[in-house]
Design a protein around this ligand. Structure first.
Ligand code: FAD
Length: 818
């Protein structure tokens, strides 16, 4: 298969593991004629060859399930297509449960898979045992079975994909090592080879597995991943026909087991594992393993012997300790490198590269060819990670935990604990002393809720109400009835300054930002299809100075998007995130609380909704913005980092007189859901237009130069609302005890409708509130929405839910405009 390296190619893929090979295969299949794949050793010789080979579809999100479904379907026909031994066996996957909580998880994720058309069966205890008769099952309560899942010979899959690519015209070069990138004017133009040659290229894909971070580092491309030691052991042969037993996961025992012909492969996802402490990742390291580590394998081995007593009899013939790369949030990276146009990243597969490989290659190829992601891939966008998360010590701590998350109970809101704190808000110490329980997003600590002052609260996770329900209720109601103080310093903050700033931003933004200085604008940035690239708030501080406030994980993505939009213009685009804190005071008492503290007039007349004013407070000059994401009167105070503590302390000192209290992100989430305010990555993504998302009010159709995406959006507007086949709807559970987290299946008149994109308990309306897209090929008119009878599925049961195109709380905004 190995060919000579040409001097130029349209697309170069670095890495011939399952991922690189799959990308090459899909590009070639889509008709890309000029694709070169470079592999430093041999195809499949990196991490791929020692994968256990399981290809399972059950995932915690619809995007992930969809990708794994695509992989399984592809692998099933790959051997016939290429003649390369893939050894696909459709043996199914069995997930066994030792307790009802685990069954809850399987019903929850199983419902999502069913929604995508995957055959999923919940099974009882005996059925679970019968599916893998060598199992001891007295301690099982049941399980979930996916009959169409399968297993493969991993290196064979990589070879077959590479061969399938070569058959279609791609050039596959083995024993060719890339040592660097060639970059001209900020854009990648080729790769440097160990031989000293340069291979010119228009597009370069970094699919170098655990080597990708080191390669990215040289060019400031952020690929935060680190390898861990990952284990399985193969038994000696077992008598009997066991080859088609399902790949089985006993998550409560941190183990999986599958049959490989007449042997059992017992693998581990220990709660805590070991980072492979190398820097850089060595080369060559091909078809190689790390030293056996039976000690670290001890607890999963014990769990495996308990479940499969036959292993005690036959013993083991081989131990596999292979390195695999993990990332800070245990999800892989797929998409463009934000800061170097022409470079794409697909790496950090978190021990699921075989299951995802086919779907990942298909998605990236489509993105590269069409210029747009084929569906929402924001949860794997490489730009979601902050540069600070590429610190090796942080990564080494984090990956020891990331591996175990695969088999931990997939509770909503679960926070990872290692490598923290990494980044903190300027008021971190103050809110910590006030009893904050922190979560982490893009490496920054954010308060989720508050316990008692001076304490560090603990959390008990659950699929039902979690242990912080009472604190959450108090914070939520304080905001509705008096006032709440939020630390939202994690927001991304980008300043665009210069004479061309307004022109650049008005082209990128769908709303009109050419407003009077001292005004803010909520806007989308769209792609040419009229779908979301991002959503953000733009503060016009002066004629030539704008501050963009964007989501914590949108900071890097938006920064580079705006920078590219500003190329050739007279303005600068700077990330100023760390320079200021954002302290929000929200609620009907916020004016009374803040007025005595500031040197400006907060009355409605002097400070209307949407205004931004420079005010003095506690000796600091701050930008106060009259805006809300919780649906109440309130102000966001943008405070210089150095003065943030002083300002917060002044606000906190005044708080008791106004019934105000600190509140966290859990309250923000439930408050915004009562108001049906949308969130990036949940309701807003490159899958939607603002019209489908119900955000037409934030489009300025007739700005002088128009905006990116206008033409496509105009066509949708002209077709009228009744022509929409997808539309965002607010939901509220009728029964107050129902708990929703997002990701629950929705039904209309007993027909599948979609699923909730996010949900929380709405304490002011007295029930779980959610958002979700209603989809109907015949149209989603208001009449169609209003005519239906709706249900939401929780733990296999359906509960009545109301649907509305308006928020359930304060639909007329009277509280915001107080
Ligand atoms: C013990 C174990 C069990 C596993 N079991 C499963 C399983 O059952 N199911 C599953 O889905 N996943 C499993 N995995 C995970 C899976 O193996 C990986 O996610 C997957 O193989 C990663 O593929 P990749 O292509 O990203 O990386 P790799 O296979 O490592 O490929 C990257 C390639 O890039 C090449 N390369 C790197 N740098 C350069 C350079 N500078 N120039 C040229 N070439 C370069 C490397 O030589 C390598 O071949 C398992 C992993 C382990 C360790």
């Amino acid at each position: 298969m190995s060919a000579t390296v040409p001097s130029r190619a349209r697309i170069v893929i670095i890495g011939g593991g399952v991922i690189g090979a799959s990308i090459a295969y899909h590009l070639a299949k889509a008709g890309e004629q000029d694709v070169v794949l470079l592999e430093q050793t041999e195809i499949g010789g990196g991490t791929t060859w020692h994968a256990a080979g399981m290809v399972g579809r059950l995932r915690t999100s619809s995007t992930f399930a969809q990708m794994c479904d695509a992989s399984a379907k592809l692998y099933a026909g790959l051997e016939a297509e290429t003649g390369e031994a893939v050894d696909w066996r459709q043996c199914g996957t069995l997930y066994v449960a030792r307790n009802e909580e685990r069954m809850f998880q399987y019903r929850r994720t199983g419902a999502m898979a069913q929604h995508l058309g995957i055959d999923v069966n919940m099974v009882g205890k005996q059925e679970a045992i019968d599916l893998f008769p060598l199992q001891y099952g007295d301690d099982l309560v049941g399980g979930l079975h996916i009959p169409d899942d399968g297993k493969v010979e991993p290196a064979g899959v990589a070879r077959a994909l590479a061969k399938g690519a070569a058959i279609r015209g791609a050039t596959i070069c083995e024993h060719v090592r890339v040592t660097g990138l060639q970059v001209a004017n900020g854009r990648a133009t080729g790769v440097l080879l160990e031989s000293g040659d340069v291979l010119e290229a228009e597009e370069i894909v970094l699919a170098g597995g655990m080597w990708s971070r080191d390669l990215g580092q040289k060019f400031g491309i952020n690929i935060p991943l680190a390898p861990v030691e990952h284990h399985y052991a193969d038994s000696n042969p077992i008598a009997g026909d066991i080859d088609m037993y399902p790949c089985t996961r006993d998550a409560d025992g941190c183990t999986y087991y599958l049959t490989v012909h007449n042997k059992i492969r017992l693998g581990a996802f220990q709660a805590v594992t070991k980072a492979w402490q190398v820097d850089p990742v060595p080369h060559p390291f091909s078809f190689q393993l790390l030293e056996d580590d039976w000690d670290h394998f001890g607890p999963p081995l014990e769990a495996g012997l308990h479940r499969l007593p036959i292993l005690e009899e036959v013993g083991f013939e081989r131990f596999v300790n292979g390195p695999e790369s993990f990332t800070p949030d245990a999800n892989f990276m797929l998409g463009p490198a934000p800061n170097v146009p022409g470079v794409w990243v697909c790496a950090g597969m978190n021990s699921a590269g075989m299951a995802f490989g086919g779907g990942v290659g298909e998605a990236l190829a489509a993105w590269m060819i069409d210029g747009y992601p084929p569906y929402d891939l924001s949860m794997v966008d490489p730009a979601r990670f902050a540069p600070e998360q590429n610190n090796l010590e942080y990564l080494r701590q984090r990956v020891t935990e990331a591996l175990g998350t695969h088999y931990l109970m997939a509770y909503p809101n679960r926070e990872l604990l290692t490598g923290r704190p990494l980044r903190t808000s300027p008021v971190h110490d103050v809110i910590k002393a006030h009893g904050a329980w922190f979560g982490e997003k893009a490496g920054i600590e954010r308060p989720n809720f508050f316990g008692d002052v001076g304490t560090t609260p603990t959390v008990e996770y659950s699929f039902g109400r979690q242990s912080w329900f009472a604190e959450h209720r108090a914070e939520h109601l304080a905001c509705r009835e008096s006032a709440a103080i939020f630390d939202q310093s994690g927001f991304g903050k980008i300043e665009v300054t210069g004479v061309d700033a307004v022109r650049v931003l008005n082209r990128l933004c769908a709303n009109d930002v050419d407003v009077d200085p001292g005004t803010l604008v909520y806007t989308a940035m769209l792609d040419e299809r009229g779908r979301f690239f991002s959503d953000l708030t733009v503060l016009r501080l002066t004629e030539d100075r704008f501050r963009l406030i964007t989501g914590t994980a949108q900071r890097i993505r938006d920064l580079w998007h705006v920078r590219r939009g500003a190329e050739g213009s007279d303005c600068t685009v700077e990330d100023v995130t760390a320079a200021s804190a954002v302290l929000s005071v929200m609620g009907p008492s916020s004016r009374a609380l803040l007025q005595p503290l500031v040197d400006g007039d907060l009355s409605n007349e002097a400070f209307p909704f949407g205004a931004v004013r420079e005010l003095g407070i506690a000796g600091a000059s701050v930008h106060a913005a009259r805006v809300t994401y919780v649906g109440e009167l309130g102000w966001e105070l943008h405070v210089p980092a150095a003065e943030a503590t002083t300002v917060l302390e002044a606000v906190l000192a005044a708080a008791p007189d106004h019934g105000a209290q600190l509140a966290g992100h859990y309250a923000i989430n439930s408050l915004r859901l009562e108001k049906a305010y949308r969130a990036w990555g949940h309701e807003l993504s490159p899958d939607e237009t603002p019209i489908e998302a119900g955000l037409s009010f934030a489009i300025a159709w007739d700005t002088p130069a128009g905006f990116v995406g206008r033409e496509a959006l105009l066509a949708q507007r002209e077709a009228g609302p009744d022509a929409l086949t997808k539309r965002l709807v607010a939901f509220m559970a009728t029964e107050p005890s129902v708990t929703l987290w997002g990701g629950e299946r929705l039904w209309r008149n007993d027909e599948p409708l979609g699923y909730t994109t996010s949900a929380a308990y709405g304490h002011a309306v007295g029930g779980a509130v959610a958002l979700g897209y209603a989809r109907n090929p015949e149209g989603v008119s208001a009449a169609w929405i209003n005519d239906g009878s709706y249900a939401v599925e929780v733990n296999g049961q359906r509960f009545a839910i109301e649907a509305s195109l308006k928020p359930f709380y304060d639909p007329n905004r009277s509280r915001v405009l107080l």
